[in-house]
Ligand binder design. Sequence first.
Ligand SMILES: [Zn+2]
Length: 702
Amino acid sequence: MPSRGKNIVSFLFVFFFFISSPFIYSQDSTYLLDKKLLAAIQNEVSGERAWDMVSKITRFHRIRGGGEGSDYNRCVDFLAAELKNIGLQEVRVKRYRADGIKKYFLWRSLVGWRAREAELWLVKPYQKLLARYSDQAVSLMPYSQGGEAEGEVVYVGKGKSEEDYKGKDVKGKLIFATGGGGSQVHRQAVINRGALGVIVGPSDKGSRLQFPDLIEVSRLSPKGEEVEKTGFGFALSRRQEKEILSLFQSGKKVIMKAKVKAELFDGEMPVLEAKINGAEYPDQEIIVMGHLDHYKPGANDNASGSAGMVEMARNLLDLVKRGEIPPLKRTIRFLWLPEIHGAAAYLAEHSGLKEKGIVGLNLDMIGENYYLCESRFHLIQSPYSVPGYINDVLFNLTGWLDDEAFYSPRGTRLHFNFRLAPFWGGSDHIMFNDSAFSIPTPMLGHADVFHHTNLDTPDKCDPTEMKRIISLSLAATVLIANAGEVEALRIAREVYSRATLRMTERTKKSFGLLHQSTEEPNMRKSLAELHSNILNYPQVQARVESANLEEVKELCQDKSSEKFIDKLVENLKVQAAQEKKKIDSMYELLCSLNKIKKEVFKPTEMYGKAASLMPKRLFKGPLPWNYAQENLSPEDFKQYQKNNQREGRYFGSKTYEIINLMDGQRNLLAIRHIVSCEYDETDIEFILHFVEDLKKMGLVKY
Ligand SMILES: [Zn+2]
């Protein structure tokens, strides 16, 4: 029997070995960027400086239809000067026509807008100021036309349906509605029925009920030809809505007076662009973007992303100047955009970015104080239809953010909290991820209860979180911009590692689906169909992952590195075969456990049709939200909406992907499988209907 003392010595040895070895080695293998560079970034990035810039940007009411005399243009000029001040050489402003008529891809431009002042007064039963533009800019609905009105106000309930207007003459009147959706109320009352203006309270969103003075933004959407009859709108808080509503409820006559000094005109969308040219591969670009527009104050959305990019640009210049990072091999292009519409205009002019753009980063709402905003960080990945490695690079670095070094003096000391999310839309990354450009572009953003309200103020923006997300973006940018053979292999290894996990994860989901279908008698009918579908997924997922790996080759010069990647792709194929066996074996087990007779799925007519159709999209850029409504007959649009409802919350992301995947090479069944792997089980009938609707609108051919 060995002595107790010796035992303790060997225990301590083993103990210290395990304690110390991860400390010694893990820092070099855990993160893709070298420890020294990570430390340099941590020391360089300032959440305080970024926050200061947020507060400066929030002074402007940044409405994306800009033009001479608009606050948006003033903000662009201010920021361009700041960028030159920090030493950026290539700073340019590109201007695109915004007249509410010109289209970029399928996206109709907005109209130019400038506002000077606006006031809304309650005149009777008592005198009271309700809203003033210079107090709270969002109380005047953006894109309101100038004008004056005084008179009795007509209450129209929610003001969004035909019903609400029955027996009421609103022409030439001011109208009051409750329940939010000011833009819809405005269309019904002013554009369709000739009212002069609308006064609308906030929506009934549960999370916002606790803020009685919150004012929601309602952005009007006049087309170029509607400018003359646009009128105006005022948005009220819940407290004000209650007060006005009580007057109507007690049968009082309500008179209001409005005065709006604002104009709609043939304007422009200015895009601010800055470049740091790469020394070795200038034609490979990392595109860092954020929308500069939005409603004053718009601190988190999106002064935070805009300020974060200014900080990043400054950091890059300073780190290179001090020799802490080598000069950049690849080009960095920064874009401060008028959201989506401006991105469409910019890309329509820069079709060459399809080849040059290797990675995009969309910084949209990067500074939320978790506690105040009821928030957390979301890393929204680029979609399956656009292969790339950026999602895995960012995910790899998130672990590094959970470090005290990121706490900023005036920031919170809350722990980093984030979720990895599948692709979804809503911001500029939808343009860059479109298959016309295929630049893999994740979005870095936060959920936020104050999104698009008067309460999105700088105090909701946390210097600590700013420092974290800017550091994350910067570390990923530095890694890719300067990647050589060593870094490319590390990235390939990381993508492969995560791919093997995703494939296992996909099989886990398939097990769950099988189990559910065997447990629930009414789902057994479709068991054979489910089994037949999910048997395809290992191979589908492996193909998606292989395409991601292949993209890493753009960072490689050596044949041996390419061979390394080829070998990893081979390994994914082997894993796919294994995953398929696992699914089959689980199917057998569950069938015998539940005494279910195994059946062979006979593909229905719809499956046959889907397998025979290879659609090709005939347009660039994603489908605008209102496009189907404007281009299908009312009857067809009703069916279109019904079809969408089938797919629930992922409908928007799925249709985006279906369009992106329609390259004339894949059939609809293959597209169905990819979308199902990315999100959840997708009804074949839904896809057939959707593509048929696109065909009716002349957007696809077979
Ligand atoms: Zn935003």
